[in-house]
Design a protein around this ligand. Structure first.
Ligand code: UDP
Length: 239
């Protein structure tokens, strides 16, 4: 019931790996494809805000394992997300969609700072808003930021697009052949079972505040399908 009909306003979370098509850096062809899908949803009247990940550049936890200070490595991770933002902005503008990037770390030459009411105003004017720089705080993830931004700008849903994933499984499908894809699961159950679909902080924010989350892939037309309210992936209901 939650996902029938059209959304009015959504937060689309694109994991960093989506931008690189699995490799390090940004693949312009892939980003152009994402931009086309977002543009077509915008033209159909859906307000789209995007939260971008940065795992195609750096992940703080991985750099920490290689000897870096965690907080500094996390800042590198956050800066990586901004490059993804600029790539997406560019291809959205080529689609004729006005786009604003807002970052949680101030960098006035490339983006606005995060101002929630202003973000809402952009959306109302038919612009895509891209949120970069995560929360601006080490030890957080962009999944958590997606849930937080969705709550603050009053989005209907968080749409989580991940590379190489098509939903939530009952167990890890790479190691357990009996694993099946779930159509629906509650956020509290996903946390309890330790399912690695979104981090626990993101799931609990959604669960505690009545925000549904859809987890799906990044293949073919997955993004436009999710933006249009089609039943793909796994719906995580707040509970
Ligand atoms: N990060 C952070 N605080 C945030 C968001 C991100 O420190 O609020 C850092 C963290 O090091 C993380 C990296 O940025 O590993 C990239 O973000 P994330 O792993 O969430 O990207 P994704 O997995 O979606 O590609």
């Amino acid at each position: 019931a939650l996902l029938t009909g059209r959304f009015k306003r959504v937060v689309l979370k694109l994991s960093g790996e989506v931008f690189g098509g699995g490799a390090v850096g940004v693949d312009p062809d892939v980003v152009a494809g994402i931009a086309r899908q977002i543009a077509s949803a915008m033209r159909a009247g859906v307000q789209v805000a995007v939260v971008v990940g940065g795992g195609n550049f750096f992940r703080g936890a991985e750099l920490q394992k290689r000897g870096m200070d965690r907080a500094r490595a996390d800042y590198m991770g956050m800066l990586g997300t901004v490059m993804n933002c600029l790539a997406l902005q560019d291809f959205l503008e080529k689609e004729g969609i006005e786009t604003r990037v807002q970052t949680a770390i101030t960098m006035a030459q490339v983006a606005e700072q995060y101002i929630p009411l202003r973000a809402i105003r952009h959306l109302e004017k038919g612009r895509v808003v891209i949120f970069g720089g995560g929360a601006g705080m080490p030890y957080f993830t962009t999944d958590t930021v997606a849930a937080q931004r969705a709550l603050e700008i009053r989005a209907d849903v968080v749409l989580m697009s991940k590379n190489g994933v098509d939903g939530v499984y009952s167990a890890d499908p790479r190691t357990d052949p009996s694993a099946v894809k779930l159509a629906e699961i509650t956020s509290s159950e996903a946390i309890r079972k330790g399912l690695k679909v979104a981090d626990a902080a993101a799931l609990s924010l959604c669960g505690e505040n009545g925000l549904p989350m859809l987890v799906f892939g990044a293949e073919n037309d997955d993004i436009i399908k999710a933006l249009s309210g089609e039943k793909i992936g796994t719906l995580i209901t707040p509970a």
